[in-house]
Design a protein around this ligand. Structure first.
Ligand SMILES: NC(=O)c1ccc[n+]([C@@H]2O[C@H](COP(=O)([O-])OP(=O)(O)OC[C@H]3O[C@@H](n4cnc5c(N)ncnc54)[C@H](O)[C@@H]3O)[C@@H](O)[C@H]2O)c1
Ligand SMILES: O[C@H]1[C@H](O)[C@@H](O)[C@H](O)[C@@H](O)[C@H]1O
Length: 338
């Protein structure tokens, strides 16, 4: 397999899936898109348009089970991931699953158990910040040790507006799930407890949602991480993280790029959403996943990482309503992920 192109099937052709379709077809090497599955036929057809020989299905299982599909990219909503992941594991093919692995820890654990039973890592979770050059540099800097031990991290995660149907719980398991993963990945330790506080809400929040929310994450060694999650901030997409260490600080996600001076004002621009902000990270993620899949492995967050993030999300969702500091319940890490 390592000498020939990876034949990829895409399941879910919405915002993220169609972006990945273009990426597989045009921006990465060693892989081609051979099938797209979405219950919405028009979306599937649009994603496959112009790609010679790319078949279109309305039944996602037909893509996962197609004999000419070597690997799958899963870009359906998180609540639909479990059965699709289990089907890919059953068939023994690699799958890049968009975050979250699943929205709750019980279903995430079932995915981990299926992979453990299969005896090999097939699932990679699409935590793309791990491939962002700024985040990668922050990780290298923290691990090099010149700043001393990390004590605190301050994160801001802002979206211009939440899509219809987005709930308060999704602010945790669909959005803050990124900070749960980056915390574990940057610091190399588990999350032990989560608290959530609610400041005065923006009038732009739909009914039933208070927005923004302030999440506090505690880690095993006692680092505290604050996350402002604000999904209807109105002005654009902004993701920041500042690590405060014994000997200094390091920050990523600040304003950079071109600034202009025009009509008596100066300034730059803010990305409208995750696609331009993390394009380089997504490209790198897909390239490294495809290379690893051809070699029979994964190169990124594992199903275990997705499961640990889901356990933190579950504590976060409970903390949202109780107002209490909520410990994270995480099972022991299976040997497959040592
Ligand atoms: N990494 C990131 O920054 C990032 C950004 C956006 C979305 N995502 C993730 O990507 C996934 C998709 O999000 P989106 O914004 O593209 O959603 P979307 O609603 O735009 O698209 C989802 C698509 O999945 C299809 N679908 C629904 N159920 C299905 C099923 N059972 N089988 C096959 N297709 C099904 C829908 O018809 C739709 O076309 C989610 O897991 C989301 O969290 C990740
Ligand atoms: O699915 C999206 C995506 O993961 C974005 O990166 C995040 O900023 C949004 O909050 C989330 O809803």
């Amino acid at each position: 397999m390592s000498n020939r192109e990876l034949r990829v099937g895409l399941v879910g052709a919405g915002l993220m899936g169609s972006d990945h379709a273009t990426r597989i077809h045009r921006r990465i090497s060693g892989a081609s898109l051979v099938a797209v599955g979405d219950p919405d036929l028009e979306r599937a057809e649009r994603a496959a348009a112009g790609i010679e020989g790319c078949q279109v299905e309305t039944d996602p299982l037909k893509v996962i089970e197609a004999s000419d599909v070597d690997a799958v990219v899963l870009a359906t909503p998180g609540r639909t991931h479990e059965p699709l992941l289990l089907a890919a594991i059953e068939r023994g093919i690699p799958v890049l699953c968009e975050k979250p692995l699943t929205p709750d820890s019980k279903s995430s654990l079932r995915v981990v158990e299926a992979e453990v039973a299969a005896g090999r890592r097939l699932v990679q979770v699409g935590f793309m910040r791990r491939f962002d050059p700024e985040y990668a540099e922050l990780k290298r800097t923290l691990h090099a040790g010149a700043l001393g031990r990390p004590l605190l991290m301050h994160c801001a995660h802002r979206n211009a507006s939440a899509p219809p149907g987005f709930t308060s719980q999704m602010m945790i398991f669909d959005s803050v799930v990124h900070e749960f993963d980056t915390t574990r990945w940057l610091l190399g330790e588990e999350i032990t407890a989560v608290s959530v506080r609610h400041p005065r809400s923006t009038a732009n929040a739909p009914s039933g949602m208070t927005d923004p929310q302030l999440v506090t994450i505690e880690t095993a060694s006692g680092v505290l991480v604050t996350v402002e999650i604000f999904v209807n901030c109105g002005f654009g997409y902004q993701v920041r993280c500042e690590a405060v260490c014994e000997g200094g600080t390091a920050q990523v996600g600040g304003d950079s790029g071109m600034t202009t001076h025009v009509r008596g004002a100066w300034g730059g621009s803010v990305a409208p959403d995750f696609r331009p902000r993390f394009q380089q990270a997504f490209d790198e993620e897909l390239q490294r996943w495809a290379d690893a899949a051809r070699a029979g492995g994964i190169d990124g967050a594992s199903a275990w990482d997705g499961c640990a993030a889901a356990a933190a999300c579950e504590a976060g969702v409970a903390a949202q309503t109780s107002g209490a500091r909520t410990p994270v319940q995480l099972v022991e890490r299976p040997g497959l992920y040592a």
